[in-house]
Design a protein around this ligand. Structure first.
Ligand SMILES: Cc1cc2nc3c(=O)[nH]c(=O)nc-3n(C[C@H](O)[C@H](O)[C@H](O)COP(=O)(O)O)c2cc1C
Length: 312
């Protein structure tokens, strides 16, 4: 079973990926959060910093493109080639209305002709492996029926499916029945993504779709950084866990000091991180409240290392 790290904008950037790989474990693949490109221009040029070779020493991620036109894709590929990447992932799953309204992310899925045109142009001349990360549609999962023959027409490296539709964003149930129905109709390797929080969730997926041999996990890893060990059936002691967690947090803090100039941005980042991470601690609610109250980096360090010491 291959296990991939999901791209989570603002959370699984280079700071997270480098810290995790160095101090906890390696994924079979990691992906950068999306880099949005519009009319050939980087929408937020600082999103490109995540791809810099000096930020990706321990594991090279697959850079992710969010856009809808070939001019933008070419601009993105130029950047990826400059930095010696060999694979690019196309985002067809982002559910935010500001993105879908512009027919990007999951917004592309309701327009099979636009998907077909983009992929035709992408594959006309490409030196890179191309994969797609998508949902089952924007409005409803029936939209995927029309996408299957289009996706099957191109030599994609793999297709990662998060079986919700765009309009659900992250709410409601995943549609496992639709995933089970559609995945075998795709010629490409299919990776399952969505709501994997425990080993029992992996077992449930394998029961419904035994052919699945690659899964992608996002929020579940933030909540339980040791889920990888459980899935890989690798034993680790509580002492080892505490040591890994301490070094991982030290590293997150050190890298964040390089990235953020003031305490405020730094603290905002960690507040979001702990909105997921706290669930892995017995007294997580209390810790999360304390993190939210922190006014300085020193406060934050005190709260976090106290919480980790209590795990011993
Ligand atoms: C805060 C947040 C940011 C996300 N950013 C991205 C992104 O940049 N690119 C992408 O393809 N998906 C993004 N996603 C979707 C995740 O990659 C993943 O598909 C989704 O969270 C379901 O997987 P999970 O339940 O394992 O987290 C984001 C999700 C969240 C919650």
């Amino acid at each position: 079973m291959k296990i991939y790290l999901a791209p989570l904008q603002g959370l699984t950037d280079w700071i997270f990926r480098e810290s995790f790989t160095q101090h906890i474990a390696s994924f079979d693949k990691t992906f950068t959060p999306f880099v949005r490109v519009q009319s050939g221009e980087f929408y937020r040029p600082n999103q490109c910093n995540d791809l810099l070779p000096e930020h990706n020493i321990y594991q090279k991620p697959v850079p992710q493109f969010l856009g809808k036109d070939i001019v933008s894709f070419k601009r993105f590929v130029e950047l990826c080639l400059e930095q010696q990447y060999t694979e690019v992932n196309i985002n067809m799953g982002c559910p935010y209305p500001m993105v879908t309204g512009k027919r990007m992310g999951a917004g592309l899925l309701a327009f099979p002709d636009v998907v077909k045109q983009l992929l035709t142009e992408v594959f006309t001349k490409t030196e890179l492996k191309i994969s797609v990360k998508c949902r089952l549609g924007q409005e409803n999962a029936d939209e995927f029926k029309q996408l299957i023959p289009i996706l099957n027409d191109f030599p994609l490296e793999e297709i990662i499916i998060h079986p919700r539709v765009g309009k659900q964003q992250y709410k409601g149930e995943t549609d496992m029945d639709a995933f089970v129905r559609y995945a075998p109709q795709l010629k490409h390797p299919v990776c399952y993504n969505g709501d994997i929080l425990t080993i029992a969730d992996v077992e449930k997926i394998l029961k419904s779709a035994p052919q699945v041999n690659r899964i992608m996990i996002g929020r579940g890893i933030l909540q339980n950084p040791f889920l990888l060990f459980e899935i890989r059936q690798q034993e680790i002691t509580q002492n080892e866990k505490v040591k890994m967690l301490r070094n991982f947090h030290l590293s997150l803090i050190e890298y964040s000091k390089q990235k953020y100039s003031g305490d405020l941005h730094f603290l905002k980042r960690f507040e979001e991180f702990w909105s997921y991470h706290a669930a892995g601690f017995e007294n997580g609610r209390k810790i999360y409240k304390q993190v939210k109250k922190c006014k300085t980096l020193a406060n934050y360090e005190a709260v976090v290392f106290k919480a980790i010491n209590e795990l011993e």
